[in-house]
Ligand binder design. Sequence first.
Ligand code: AHR
Length: 531
Amino acid sequence: MMKKILTIIALLSVGFSFPAGLFAQQRTTVRVQTSDRDGALIPKEIYGQFSEHLGSCIYGGLWVGPDSPIPNRDGYRLDVFNALKELQVPVMRWPGGCFADDYHWRDGIGPVAERAKISNNHWGGTLEDNSFGTHEFLNLCELLGCEPYISGNVGSGTVAEMSQWVEYMTSDSGSTVAMERKANGRDKPWKVKYFGIGNECWGCGGQMRPEYYVDEFRRFASYCRDYTGNRLYKVASGASDYDYNWTEVLMKGIGNRMDGISLHYYTVVGSWSDKGAATGFSDERYYQTLAKAIDIEPVLKKHIAIMDRYDPAGRVDLLVDEWGTWWNVEPGTNPGHNFQQNTMRDAMVAAYTLNIFHQYTRRIKMANIAQVVNVLQSMILTRGDQMVLTPTYHVFRMYKVHQDAQFVPVSYTTDRMAVDERTSVPTLSVTASRKDGILHVSLANADLTVANRILLTWDEIGPEGLTRTQQKKLSVSGEVLTSASAGDYNDFGVAPKVIPAPMKDLKVTAAGVEFTLPAHAIATLEISLPL
Ligand code: AHR
């Protein structure tokens, strides 16, 4: 049934769309508005990660301990570490998530053998030995060269506990707490910029009403102080997707006392009890997923509109500090561990979502995909000593060129795939940025069957087109991520099916650059403009 609707829509759609099987290719001209020099910088923190004590994100994922037979550097798993280094992770959130409001930081410091063993009640009751704690996390961030983003415990913690954690991490005074850190092996304080005052305080973080949380934020945040030149950026626990009232009440009641307010948006299709499988999905599910993913855009607009009303000067940032796909767990795995596979469909969700974030950086200053290893829409999956890079990882690697680059608007017409009577998905999504005289353009073709012949052109190309000399001088390269099926994924012990490849068909013409973007493919082009 879905197929029929799709075919009809493809036949009726305007622009350059043809049904699959007839030409199996559409044509699109993408114009990059390079004469627009007003674009905001795309904050690198949009490419943030999230690591929680959940399943094997920390233990077996980031951390195996120094005595593990798995190659490691001071306990950090080397293969994972090196893969993350390659991504240029700008910021990493920790220790949760829901775990954060169950976490008591003192459990995770001091001699490892003496650390408290607790039950990770939120995530399957797994035994948590706290061998990965504050030192292990902050040292990892230093090694990766990323900013730490700590989530403090409001739900079951105390003001004094949170206050002392900040002091322990960031103070260079001779106070007892700072001296305790030194005794535990870290002489100089760490720099900790981002600090969350609770997580999902409307849910797992305390089931609070927004009015109550406002007062809790004010109380807890008052005692999170700036020590030794460290300046804390305080993040309020924000809304879940469509809860605009939460944002309204916090903007009104907390206002400029917070530097940022968070937002959580998960791509869940179906019900929470049956979210569907990560692999082996229908075409219908594929498009429904993309429809849900891009529904983040109106959600962002509504939260931003509320923020604009209370804070027209833009003093408070919006941080989407949890986002991504959420499927049923892989069969045979612990239901509390949220371990899921990751296909080209997840890669497409990542590309479409990042392209949306790029457009709202006036207010959105950070986003953290959930989560970095082995949980939900991961970059990396591990099993024993094996590791696979997911299709989502490759999107993040191909997109890292946009970090701290200047946003450049693009214009193009795309057809749309109907999902139901009211919902449709654009089959093409494009974003561009410029840095150091290099233009990067990322394009995602979500269409499952129809390739897109793209003409990429930009403002400096006048009606007369590029001369032969200009064409010769143009340096263009690109990488494309696709695979035989949108359901393909990279699995343990077999050759990866979804890996980026250099684009071989880039053709420079008088009009710009021409190439074919295959069905369900994502590409990033690099163009140096000597014009
Ligand atoms: O990312 C998994 C969980 O999703 C987080 O712990 C929580 O904040 C959210 O509900």
